[in-house]
Design a protein around this ligand. Structure first.
Ligand code: FRU
Length: 326
């Protein structure tokens, strides 16, 4: 199949510095490699909004068939997504949202529900002061807004619990350290810290350790990656009390993009499942995820072997042609 005949899918990824996004890219690539008719291009915006707008503009001028985008922030990416739609290119928004309704479909876990689940978990497991610190993701990105919304809604319904302090983080661990240390030194009677992802939850635990509070405070994160320092490992080692699974949906995104290309009827809002991971189920979930990872490794090595065979076949064919020439 020539490149021109292929279905061109352009994925504008917000950044790839963290394992969550690395896993999202690799599961999307695996799904694409199972479909020889697909040509997938991933552009990494390096957490730079101007770069992400340029990346999407590039997909529009290349006339890709479908655009997948995980927008760094909602508002500044809205116009360029609208422009793609106006140019006749379907857009699947994943993980983080844009503003308004001008996109073809959205795919991701329900972040308001993730906030609520974290709050309910704290309420049902609390044995202490009920004082909570919330550490949010970056301002302007929809999961940060929605996780807060759901979390505070449930906490505020319950008189015994209070969000004592909110730290406005930026999704990365560094953003947590200084503000948290200041708060903990003034206010050691905190029972729970809810961070909007596991990277910031780990950083919160490390910071609490520097002031000797890491055993007293309980930590809840979001993501639940099965990787080194991922949420599952942090739950198993007792750093986190729990984490709320936030699936990357990389493979589902590619499948949906193809349905969009084929003009199949799909929902506007496609919700990925979530679950609380704590010490009761971390091991089982880890085993399940290990199995999926192993299957992916097998698929990748089989594809590698097929490529080698294809190359050998092609060069043998050339040889046959060359010989028949004489
Ligand atoms: C990865 C990440 C995750 C978080 C998600 C929200 O870059 O920060 O940790 O759950 O983005 O969009």
């Amino acid at each position: 199949q020539k490149l021109d005949d292929k279905i061109k899918v352009g994925f504008s990824q917000a950044m790839t510095t963290d394992d969550w996004r690395k896993q999202m890219n690799s599961s999307m690539k695996i799904e694409a490699s199972l479909r020889p008719e697909v040509d997938l291009t991933i552009k990494d915006a390096n957490n730079n909004i101007e770069k992400q707008i340029e990346d999407i503009e590039g997909f529009i001028s290349k006339k890709v068939d479908v655009i997948i985008v995980s927008p760094i922030q909602s508002k500044p990416l809205t116009a360029v997504v609208e422009k793609s739609i106006k140019a006749g290119i379907s857009v699947l928004v994943v993980d983080r949202k844009i503003e308004g309704e001008s996109y073809t479909a959205y795919l991701g876990a329900d972040n308001i529900e993730i906030g609520r689940i974290a709050a309910r978990y704290i309420i049902s497991h609390s044995k202490g002061s009920g004082k909570i610190i919330e550490i949010t993701g970056a301002n302007g990105s929809s999961p940060a807004y929605e996780r807060s919304l759901g979390f505070e809604q449930i906490i505020n319904e319950n008189k015994h619990f209070r969000v004592d302090n909110i730290i406005h983080g930026n999704w990365e661990g560094e953003s947590v350290k200084e503000p948290l240390k200041t708060i903990l030194l003034q206010n050691p009677d905190i029972e729970y810290i809810f961070a909007h992802n596991d990277r910031m939850a780990l950083s919160a635990w490390e910071t609490a350790k520097t002031v000797g509070l890491e055993k007293k405070i309980k930590f809840i994160g979001v993501d639940g990656l099965n990787s080194v320092n991922g949420g599952i490992e942090l739950v198993k080692s007792g750093v986190l009390d729990g984490t709320i699974l936030y699936p990357t949906g990389g493979n589902e995104a590619l499948k949906l993009a193809l349905k969009m290309y084929n003009k199949e009827a799909i929902a506007k809002n496609n919700i990925l499942n979530t679950i609380v991971i704590d010490k009761n189920n971390a091991e089982i979930i880890e085993n399940q995820m290990d199995k999926v990872d192993q299957q992916q490794t097998v698929i990748e090595s089989q594809q590698g072997a097929i490529k080698v065979q294809e190359r050998e076949y092609a060069s043998q064919n050339n040889l046959v042609r060359l010989l028949s020439f004489f």
